[in-house]
Design a protein around this ligand. Structure first.
Ligand code: PTJ
Length: 248
């Protein structure tokens, strides 16, 4: 790993790059994942590489949805695992009912199992793979990604996706799931079709979400439901786009 001096002005961004390169070498991520990361970096640069109020508002609603869900599932791919394995582990520790399901765009069984085992070794308690064990097909999707594990996505009512492709996000919405998406690009189809779009960088989001879940644990279901009902995702996306325009 390249040593990034901690006083470098873009230390965090460069560290994330190193995490992804390491993930690629370890077989967790793909070469295409590097390109997806570069796109994310560009949007993060325009957003000032910091979390904004529109992300905080979306995170508060995400927390309410995840806490009131019957079965919350976090759909994890190679980039998410490489960038944020530790943050995923910390998140599920504060919301123990959350299932982590490995679901890949560029599917190979070897990589899926490698990611699942990597997360288990970090301490994530409930990891399943879309491609292992009984599953149900997600309508509209033709590739291997259509599989939904019966212990996870098949039964989920609330799904957290990160760095997701638009087709699958749309298919999950059409299949009745409440979808929370983490995506730095507010114009992406994923961000546009999700119910709650968190326009912010994944590792920052997961830390903020863990803190929010902790502080919401004693909120009443009525208060959480009020928060969800008052939320307007179109307004959040507009604010993110306006912030990028100002950044330019
Ligand atoms: O591991 P696999 O095979 O499942 O593949 C995963 C990738 C990410 C390669 C695949 O899902 C993909 O190609 O994704 P896209 O369609 O390029 O979408 C990725 C989106 O995530 C883009 O809108 C990026 O701007 C955004 N993004 C990239 N890095 C981050 C991010 N958003 C938040 N945090 C990031 N670190």
């Amino acid at each position: 790993m390249t040593e990034v001096p901690s006083n470098h002005p873009r230390y965090h961004s460069l560290q994330l790059r190193e995490r992804l390169v390491h993930g690629l070498k370890a077989g967790l991520a793909t070469e295409a994942g590097l390109l997806a990361h570069g796109r994310g970096e560009a949007f993060d640069y325009l957003l000032g590489e910091k979390s904004h109020d529109f992300a905080a508002e979306a995170i508060a609603v995400a927390s309410a949805l995840l806490l009131t869900a019957r079965l919350p599932v976090f759909s994890v791919n190679g980039n998410s695992a490489s960038l944020a394995g530790q943050e995923i582990n910390e998140l599920v520790k504060v919301h123990e009912r959350m299932v982590v399901e490995v679901n890949l765009f560029h599917h190979s069984q070897q990589r899926s199992s490698l990611i699942a085992n990597y997360l288990r070794e970090l301490g994530v308690p409930h990891v399943v793979e879309s491609s292992v064990g009984p599953s149900v097909a997600l309508p509209e999707i033709k590739s291997a990604r259509r599989r939904m594990n019966v212990e996870g996505l098949a039964e989920a009512d609330v799904v957290l996706v990160a760095l997701e492709d638009g087709d699958r996000c749309q298919a999950l919405v059409n299949a009745g799931r409440k979808v929370i998406a983490v995506d730095l690009n507010p114009l992406s189809r994923t961000a546009q079709v999700a119910h709650v779009s968190i326009v912010d960088e994944l590792t920052r989001v997961l830390k903020l979400l863990a803190t929010q879940l902790k502080s919401d644990q004693n909120q009443t279901p009525e208060e959480l439901a009020r928060r969800i009902a008052a939320y307007d995702n179109a307004k959040i996306l507009d604010q993110a786009i306006a912030t990028i325009r100002r950044g330019v």
